[in-house]
Design a binder for this molecule. Sequence first.
Ligand SMILES: [Zn+2]
Length: 277
Amino acid sequence: MKIVYTQECLNFYKKGHPESPQRVRKAAEFLRNKGYDFVVPDMCREEDLLRVHDKSLVKRVKRGSFSSVDCPDYENIYYYARLSAGGAIKAADINGFSLMRPPGHHATTDNVGGFCYFNSISVAVSSVVGRVLIVDIDRHHGNGTEDIFRGSDHVEYISLHGPGYPGTGTESYDNCHNHVFRNRTSEEEYLEVLDTMLKGKEDFDILAVSAGFDTHEEDPLGSQIDLSTEFYRTVGKRLGELEIPTFCVLEGGYSPGNMGKSIHQFIKGLGSSPKAL
Ligand SMILES: [Zn+2]
């Protein structure tokens, strides 16, 4: 699996903000040293954004006229958020892993939120032909992705997450299947739930993974779910066993020292079933 990345995505930051450049910079370094091939993304077009977002949101991000405590109005964020969405589109094109920031799964049709400006995975999913299964393994519910695809007949959304932010994902709907781990979760329990949720999902044309690593045991934002680095290999393997062509988009993960290792384990797991890649 190739890594979609450009170091341009490191060019915006705010001191003390957990969604920092080094979480991605260190992961990129680690994966490069492991011998992964890297591919540079193109910025997505405005019309790509408009397939999933309101015109008013696109305008507001362009002007920096939005207000969210989590989403600073960084200079040129419109450019970086489009570049990150372009990374997701590239990952969809080549069955790759987009290692870009800002993340996207909290951005709804008409709003920024949770460090997200545009919903990159949704932009990519809306660019492909066929039925898509989105599996969101970030520690937080992808409220934006659910908002965008709820009721869609060509996309199903599965999310495993902990309680708390953003407070959604407590129930399931027709094409959106949510599970909240309410107590401290063991890896056995995580796997049991994952297996149950993936049952019967082999018939999709494409698998899109919202790959968040804030479920890691050392993640500062990841309470309630404490997965080990090695466990991501098992999660990847289970997804790979669906034998659906797959692409991945980085979401959260705030422990810079562990990100690269966790991503590597995850991709190794996926790759144990060659049909996924
Ligand atoms: Zn998260």
